[in-house]
Design a protein around this ligand. Structure first.
Ligand SMILES: *[C@@H]1O[C@H](CO)[C@@H](O)[C@H](O)[C@H]1NC(C)=O
Ligand SMILES: *[C@@H]1O[C@H](CO)[C@@H](O)[C@H](O)[C@H]1NC(C)=O
Ligand SMILES: *[C@@H]1O[C@H](CO)[C@@H](O)[C@H](O)[C@H]1NC(C)=O
Ligand SMILES: *[C@@H]1O[C@H](CO)[C@@H](O)[C@H](O)[C@H]1NC(C)=O
Length: 273
């Protein structure tokens, strides 16, 4: 009986260990994704037989999607979620024939050998505040370096900071842990342009409270970062009760938000505004 329970205990531990991917393997997967997008060759990724692929919250045939078109990528930034076996990558393509800013989350199987799900928010001309030249200019200047181990926040703290930012859109009196400095890059527009040492991330109340639903998280404690895919319920004037594809990519330092990158799709040019 005793031996049986020890064996069970070991099996449980082995299963837990197998469920976490190594950072190095996730780094390779994200690098392969960047290469795949640069060449328009999804086959550079190790895909499962049934990998799901979606752009802007709609399933797309991967051979007909953006990932199958070559794009000149000027800058890329990735984070690695070793707990969920998942990656997030931001691509800035300003000098490409067709400029884009793309946010992509990828989920892997338990041993990290196959990509099982790819979801992208793909923005280009006419999307919210879109300006790939501006995006490139500002993202290049930001520092998202590894956080010294003794100063790292837990997953829960990093997620809570991101959630607080979105929750405040539903109730403008809720507190948000914004640091000083703090800057937001919305499409290609930067709040930190005139005063880079200030907290310029504060938002006024929306005309009506917004419930930001369908949140999907990728979290990296080493880089202090979270990306939240979500449905943004206000921008589209023609779709006031619906939600448009959006993501917020957030850097957190000692529990406080340092950077926010929002990428949001408009279904009518400039969201009908
Ligand atoms: C894909 O295939 C794997 C292995 O057969 C299976 O476990 C998984 O549920 C499948 N996923 C989907 C979305 O069908
Ligand atoms: C992506 O970024 C890394 C540095 O983080 C760089 O080494 C690599 O060349 C970039 N890839 C492309 C296609 O720009
Ligand atoms: C895009 O951003 C660049 C760099 O900040 C700026 O020079 C340019 O005027 C912007 N373009 C538009 C259309 O706003
Ligand atoms: C908004 O947040 C405040 C502070 O937490 C809370 O007291 C209030 O009940 C909330 N209002 C709504 C409508 O949820």
């Amino acid at each position: 009986m005793m031996i049986y329970s020890i064996l069970l205990g070991c099996a449980g531990l082995a299963a837990q260990v197998a469920a976490a991917c190594s950072r190095e393997s996730l780094r390779e997967v994200a690098a392969a994704y960047v290469q795949a997008q640069a060449g328009g060759k999804p086959t550079l990724l190790s895909l499962a037989s049934n990998t799901s692929y979606a752009e802007n919250d709609k399933p797309v045939d991967i051979t007909k999607g953006v990932l199958s078109q070559p794009i000149t990528i000027d800058f890329n930034r990735s984070i690695y979620d070793t707990t969920q076996c998942a990656t997030f990558t931001e691509l800035t393509a300003a000098t490409s024939k067709h400029p884009y800013v793309i946010h992509t989350r990828m989920l892997l199987n338990d041993d990290g050998s196959k990509v099982t799900k790819i979801e992208s928010v793909v923005t280009d001309s006419g999307d919210w505040a879109f300006n790939a030249t501006g995006h490139l200019y500002w993202t290049r200047q930001e520092k998202w370096e590894a956080i010294p181990e003794s100063q790292r926040d837990t997953r829960a703290v990093i997620q809570a900071a991101g959630d607080a930012y979105l929750n405040q859109w539903g109730n403008s009196t809720l507190p948000v842990p914004l640091g000083t400095p703090c800057a937001r890059l919305e499409g290609g527009a930067y709040t930190g342009q005139s005063n880079p040492s200030a907290n310029t991330c504060r938002m006024g109340a929306f005309p009506q409270p917004l419930k930001v639903a369908d949140r999907r998280y990728i979290i990296d404690e080493e880089l202090g970062a979270v990306d939240i895919f979500n449905g943004f319920p206000w921008l589209e004037a023609t779709k006031p009760n619906g939600a448009v594809p959006s993501t917020n990519f957030i850097r957190v330092e000692r529990g406080m938000i340092r950077y926010i990158h929002e990428v949001t799709v408009c279904e009518t040019p400039h969201c009908g505004r």
